[in-house]
Structures are given as structure tokens and as C-alpha cells.
Ligand binder design. Structure first.
Ligand code: AMP
Length: 216
């Protein structure tokens, strides 16, 4: 199973990718998580990408594609790509990576959400310092305030959760990532749309249905 999860920041695609990956026993590959872990670990990659993440800017297409190529496509047969591709150039680089291994995508799931809803969701995000699990003060609160329900680690406000950064990320999404919806729509039957404004459990059910359709 080779899938791309696409959608505006705040659509919950990371949460859904994590659930769906568990359910279908495939790898959840999030470029945002890979970059955040690199920053937290202080690696060369982390040092290079830190300022981009802090400012809500996109890391270069070439570097991001290299990371996906070596850490995901080269290692895994089945995966959900979450947060990649994010530009047309990245989508073309992904096609090349798959082509050269005689592989192709099975589907692209687009999590659709209005701008207003995206802003509301993005400004309350928490992340676990220990395991990277995401929470939201309103939509997905942790079982105990300030404590991760998965590993017991401390929860902090995500550094990209301020209004200024949120607006920047949404503008960047509109300009660079939204054109991917058309890019994949033009590829016969590849694009599937899920309404991301529904409850997280309903979105999961709809996503499972769509994936079962894709995988026949
Ligand atoms: P995310 O957790 O997916 O929202 O990603 C957090 C940050 O990581 C983004 O704001 C970018 O700075 C960087 N990032 C993640 N994925 C990509 C990508 N495909 N291309 C460029 N930058 C990315």
C-alpha cells in the first residue's frame, strides 16, 4: 500500500495517518515528524532545517525529497506519506523516485477543510516532548492536562502554533500545496476526498472506507 495524505495544515491528516497506519500495519512517514525529531536530536539535518520549522517555511524541495527517498521509499514497501509532497516539484520528484523502482502510488487521500476551521484548529496545538504525539486543547485534549497519554511525557505548545506562523503556513499551503489537488485529480482515479470537518472518529471511518475502495 502506497498512499499520500494531502490537506491543509490543521486538517488532522497526521492523526489520521497514525491511526490508519496502525490499522493496516503500514509505515506512517511524516516529514514534519522526521524534521522535528532531527531538530530535537541536534543532528546535521536538524541544524539545517530548524529555522524553517520555527518560521513555518518549507524546507527545500531537494533536501525534503532526499530525506523521503533515503528514509522512506528506500526502506519501506508500504507507507502513508503525511506532509509530503507539499509542492508540485516534490510531487514530480516522488514520481521519479517511485518510477525508478517500478513502483507507483495506489491513491491520494485529500482531507478537505475550510480556512476558518483550519485556523481554529492550528492555534491550539500541543506536542509531546517525549514521543512527538500531537494533541489539541479543544479538539483532542490529553487525558490529563499537560501530560502525554501515550508515554507520560511533558506537553508543550507547538512552536509553529502562533497566529502569525499559522497565517504564514496557510498562505504557503494555498500557494504551493493546494495545486497538488489538481495535479493528482488529473491522474485517473488517484484522488479521493474525505471531509475533514467531521469528528475525528467519523473521518477515520470515512478514510478506512476510501482506502478499502482504493485497495480493492
Ligand atoms: P508538519 O508537521 O507536516 O506541519 O511540518 C512541520 C514543518 O516541517 C513545516 O512547516 C515545514 O517547515 C517542514 N516540512 C514538513 N514537510 C515538508 C515538506 N514536504 N516540504 C518542505 N518542508 C516540510
Amino acid at each position: 500500500m502506497k498512499l499520500v495524505f494531502l490537506g491543509p495544515p490543521g486538517a488532522g491528516k497526521g492523526t489520521q495517518a497514525s491511526k490508519i497506519a496502525d490499522r493496516f500495519a503500514v509505515t506512517h512517514a511524516s516529514t514534519g515528524d522526521i524534521f522535528r525529531q532531527a531538530v530535537a536530536g541536534g543532528s546535521e539535518l536538524g541544524k539545517t532545517v530548524k529555522s524553517y520549522l520555527d518560521e513555518g517555511k518549507l524546507v527545500s524541495d531537494e533536501l525534503t525529497a532526499q530525506v523521503v527517498d533515503s528514509m522512506v521509499i528506500d526502506r519501506e514497501d508500504s507507507f502513508i506519506l503525511d506532509g509530503f509532497p507539499r509542492t508540485i516539484v516534490q510531487a514530480e520528484l516522488l514520481d521519479e523516485m517511485l518510477d525508478k523502482r517500478q513502483m507507483s502510488l495506489d491513491g491520494v487521500v485529500f482531507f478537505q477543510l475550510s480556512d476558518q476551521e483550519a485556523v481554529e484548529r492550528l492555534t491550539g496545538r500541543l506536542v509531546c516532548q517525549g514521543c512527538g504525539q500531537n494533541y489539541h486543547v479543544k479538539f483532542m485534549p490529553p487525558p490529563e492536562e499537560g501530560v502525554c497519554g501515550k508515554c507520560g511525557g511533558d506537553l508543550i505548545v507547538r512552536s509553529d502554533s502562533s497566529m502569525e506562523i499559522v497565517e504564514k503556513r496557510l498562505n504557503e499551503y494555498k500557494e504551493k500545496t493546494e495545486p497538488l489537488v489538481d495535479y493528482y485529480r488529473k491522474q485517473n482515479g488517484l484522488l479521493k476526498i474525505v471531509d475533514a470537518a467531521l469528528s475525528p472518529d467519523q473521518v477515520t471511518r470515512d478514510t478506512v472506507k476510501v482506502i478499502e475502495e482504493i485497495m480493492g
